[in-house]
Design a binder for this molecule. Structure first.
Ligand code: DC
Length: 675
């Protein structure tokens, strides 16, 4: 089996336009939990829709929390008000640290108070991510917590079904030097039990990732709990604390996700006609620590202007300036600096990033490996990384980036596609971005540009009913490419002619119609001037009319530019008659698909019957042969294989076999190691 789970990003040369960011993961999951713990209901807007928030929503629903989408797009969470309607259960939390840690703390306290018992676990990587410091803190409080497989790691059992008195008199001590998420988890949970007395948390060791604690404190306040803070060592949750819904709360755009587009604006020359990159949904008034990435990007030479809820970025110094920076305050966004360092004028050192080692993967090792594959020289320390860019354009290499199931690695390395050697970059498992930014690549390609000649095209030409359409759309889907069904353009011209009463031999009138087709493709449907023509487009009679319309040179010329405009990032699969010969003569791979006329007639017959249309196989065969003759004997762009086309007779093959064959040819055309 030859699956292609990766995405090949062609060399990119410029960028410009506006990006709207999805909601912040850290804020989304905190707000969801706070809303669930509060008294009253909360309407949440702009919530991130991703793997990690889905995991949190499912967990809350299992705990008896009612969650309802509202007509205005908000999500209404009915708070449990500190109660525990469901007393036991198993929760699967994927690889979502922002769900695992806070739920562990809250459920441990609630289970001890109400007599519950819960098991929390996730994917194998989650079971390698330490949680011992939080477990220790919860045990100090008197909560039964049992590590089911390995001490200090999930999966965990919280509570034992009986109630337990909590020890709230002494300060609760928690380590702050491995992950700030343990402190966040306690800060979110302890207001549930701070009715009768103040509850104090003492941080042991130097607290890392402080900005995330600021997000937590900020949101606690929005939900009615004002924590007192003495430096970064001591936090007091005042007696009488109780979560109260703010009614409605908007989640701001993800500042860590913004880092990729800030870096993009700093690395890419502005696309002509644009003024660089504008980011909406997050700006200088953000409560997220990663907004300070802006300052780091400026140090490297980016030109960034900001408003409360918006950022604007242009390239400043070029090459970028190498920096030596303590990144403790921007641990996630700092990964993006590592990729910016590939475009710098010297060696960049990122320090105080020990937390990278316990994230989705060991991020220091991962960043080092992948930067080296691109041709950089990298030194790794226990809590730092030092990156020297490839010595010259020739020293860059085409790399297949391993993503370690880490969304940030996938997103960061997309920026390597601006390399001066104009090499493509392969991202293995691009779907891992779903953790925080499911549409990342679409958003990226929307604002990036590159000369058409650098965008790969696969042409699938062949006679009617040869299976081109199915093959082309399968290929496009698996490769994440755009799809051009050029026959649909001729068919739509024929329908437009029918609507307008234009005769099929009136070349000038047909060409005028073709030049201004009000055609739109949306949600797998085709619209002509607002009319859904998806079904009429596929009729045999429409195909016959299209074949006649397509004889005219003026019509073919009128559709030429429209067809070429489908050549967009990251690549195109084009199906038709003359894709390889006329429209995309420089295509990377040209396939000429054939099957015997009898086979094709049978397939078409089956297809029509399955859609409920009446069909006669003999007349289908006759029509098809007539169409073949007309399409291949016409003067302009006749149906014939391009000289450099690979021929595929799929008479004896099923769809999957044809797809596999073409993917194999395609793989042979790429420049990545191993081919
Ligand atoms: O692929 P199809 O059956 O949808 O195409 C309908 C007609 O359009 C076909 O008979 C010839 C014409 N056509 C063409 O001339 N050039 C193309 N690239 C695609 C289709």
């Amino acid at each position: 089996m030859f699956a292609i789970p990766h995405l090949d990003i062609p060399p990119l040369t410029s960028a410009g336009g506006t990006v709207r960011l999805p909601g912040s993961k850290s804020i989304s999951n905190r707000v969801l939990l706070l809303a669930a713990l509060s008294l009253g209901h909360t309407d949440i807007t702009d919530l991130l829709d991703s793997d990690d928030t889905r995991v949190m929503l499912e967990a809350l629903a299992r705990l008896g929390c009612r969650i309802e989408p509202q007509a205005d797009g908000a999500l209404r969470v009915h708070g449990l008000g500190g109660e525990l309607p469901v007393r036991q259960g198993q929760l699967f939390l994927g690889n979502a640290g922002t769900a695992m840690r806070p739920l562990t703390a809250s459920l441990a306290l609630l289970a001890a108070r109400h007599g519950g018992a819960f098991e929390l676990g996730g994917v194998p990587r989650m079971h390698e991510r330490p949680i011992g410091d939080l477990v220790d803190a919860l045990r100090q409080l008197g909560c039964p917590v049992h590590c089911l497989v390995s001490e200090g790691y999930p999966p965990l059992r919280l509570g034992d079904g009986s109630t337990h008195a909590l020890k709230l008199d002494k300060a609760i001590r928690v380590r702050g030097d491995v992950s700030s998420q343990f402190l966040t988890a306690l800060l979110l949970a302890l207001p549930l039990v701070a009715q009768a007395q103040d509850v104090v948390i003492e941080v042991v060791g130097e607290l890392i990732s402080r900005p995330y604690i600021e997000i937590t404190l900020n949101l606690l306040e929005r939900f009615g709990v004002a924590v007192r803070r003495d430096g970064w060592q001591r936090f007091t949750i005042p007696a009488g604390s109780q979560y109260r819904s703010p009614g409605r709360i908007a989640v701001e755009g993800d500042a860590s996700s913004a880092s990729y587009f800030i870096a993009l604006g700093a690395i890419a020359p502005a696309t002509p006609g644009t003024d660089g990159i504008t980011i909406e949904g997050v700006g200088l008034s953000s409560i997220q620590g990663d907004i300070h990435f802006v300052e780091a990007a400026r140090l490297m030479g980016a030109h960034v202007e900001g408003e409360a809820n918006r950022l604007h970025i242009r390239r400043g110094s070029w090459p970028l300036k190498a920096i030596d920076l303590d990144c403790n305050h921007i641990p996630d966004a700092a990964m993006t600096l590592a990729v910016m360092a590939l475009y710098a004028d010297g060696t960049t050192t990122l320090r105080n990033i020990a937390s990278w080692r316990v994230k989705e993967t060991d991020r220091i090792a991962a960043m080092a490996n992948e930067c080296r594959k691109l041709g950089a020289t990298v030194e790794e320390g226990a809590d730092c990384i030092r990156i020297t860019p490839p010595a010259s354009a020739q020293a860059w290499r085409a790399a297949s980036i391993h993503t370690y199931d880490d969304h940030r690695i996938a997103m960061c390395f997309s920026l390597a596609a601006f390399n001066p050697a104009r090499l493509p970059v392969r991202i293995e498992d691009p779907k891992c971005v779903a953790k925080t930014f499911p549409d990342y690549f679409e958003a990226l390609f929307d604002v990036c540009a590159t000369p058409a000649a650098l965008i790969p095209v696969i042409c699938v030409d062949g006679p009617t009913a040869s299976g081109k359409g199915t093959l082309a759309s399968e290929l496009a889907q698996r490769l994440g490419y755009q799809l051009l069904d050029s026959g649909a353009l001729y068919r739509a011209t024929a329908l437009a002619a029918q609507d307008a009463g234009v005769a099929l031999d009136d070349e000038p009138a047909l060409a005028r119609l073709a030049a201004q087709l009000p055609l739109a493709f949306r949600d797998h449907k085709v619209f002509l001037g607002g009319r859904d023509i998806t079904d009429p487009l596929r009729l045999e009679s429409t195909g016959g009319m299209a074949s006649r319309v397509s004889q005219h040179l003026a019509v073919r010329s009128a559709l030429h530019a429209l067809q070429q405009s489908f050549r967009r990032l990251p690549g195109l699969v084009a199906d038709g008659r003359d894709m390889g010969t006329v429209i995309f003569p420089d295509a990377t791979l040209k396939v000429f698909l054939t099957a015997t006329a009898e086979q094709r007639a049978q397939r078409r017959h089956k297809q029509l019957i399955s859609k409920g249309f009446a069909a006669n196989i003999d007349s289908l065969l006759a029509d098809l042969q007539a169409r073949d003759l007309r399409d291949s004997s016409r003067t302009h762009a006749p149906l014939k294989p391009a000289e450099d086309a690979l021929q595929l007779d799929n008479s004896g093959m099923d769809i999957e076999e044809s797809v596999q064959q073409v993917l194999k040819w395609w793989q042979g055309k790429t420049v990545f190691p191993g081919n």
